[in-house]
Design a protein around this ligand. Structure first.
Ligand code: B16
Ligand code: MG
Length: 213
């Protein structure tokens, strides 16, 4: 039986997946690199530096490590400018209810986000107190699809991975959940999230009673 639910942040709880997408798109256009929705989908859930590497696959130009660092910082500045203005209205519909219903059902809740901006976002969205444990990219060494972040979240909750359910909007995140030995709920479209154990169109459709009865 499940005793905990581990939520992803961007694209599951917050409507920030589109903000990341726009920031990468802006950077790509400024440095003359093609960008389409398929590349945008591959960047979801992937940490900042690995996202940049995916973007740079589209060019034969060799960037130095310093230049890459500068580009990643530039993207982050675009992203930060946007999230400065976020508030509770930027929670995805049903997100607060989904997390609260998990807690009411007596399960623990954790957050597993690849974003170094996760602590700021939680504060802006007003939901920091809804999680028993938070793991963000500042606490781990290996990014999704590695299982490290979901394993750290389970450990933080004091639960075995098999007692936890992961909720993700990105292919890299579903892979991370499965490598951690957990069941995965995918939020979004079937093409991108074929591997999910259960697929839902949005977090509003998440019903914990399906997993506890
Ligand atoms: P940052 P999640 C991920 O967050 C995003 O999905 C991904 O697009 C982003 O590149 C990554 O965080 C790193 O974010 O640049 O803010 O550190 O979906 O795991 O909550
Ligand atoms: Mg996500």
């Amino acid at each position: 039986l499940f005793k905990g639910v581990i939520f992803d942040l961007d694209g599951v709880i917050a409507d920030t997946a589109v903000v990341h997408h726009a920031a990468w798109k802006q950077l790509a256009s400024e440095i003359g690199i093609p960008f389409d929705d398929a590349i945008g989908e591959r960047l979801k859930g992937v940490d900042r530096r690995s996202s940049l590497d995916i973007l740079l696959e589209q060019t034969s130009h060799a960037f130095s490590e310093d230049e890459k660092e500068t580009l990643a910082t530039r993207k982050n500045n675009y992203y930060r400018q946007q999230i400065e203005h976020l508030g509770p209205e930027n929670l995805l519909p049903g997100a607060r209810h989904a997390i609260e219903s998990v807690r009411r059902a007596g399960l623990k809740t954790a957050l597993a986000s690849a974003s170094r901006n996760a602590p700021l976002l939680l504060e802006r969205l007003g939901i920091a107190d809804l999680f028993d444990y938070v793991v963000d990219a500042n606490h781990i060494r290996r990014a999704k699809p590695d299982p490290e972040i979901f394993l750290a979240a389970a450990r933080g909750l004091g639960l075995a991975p098999s007692e936890c359910l992961g909720v993700e909007d990105a292919a890299a995140g579903i892979a991370s959940i499965h490598s951690a030995g957990m069941k995965a709920v995918g939020i979004g479209h079937a093409q991108a999230l074929a591997g999910a154990d259960l697929l839902l169109p949005s977090v509003a459709a998440f019903d914990i009673s399906v997993f506890t009865t």
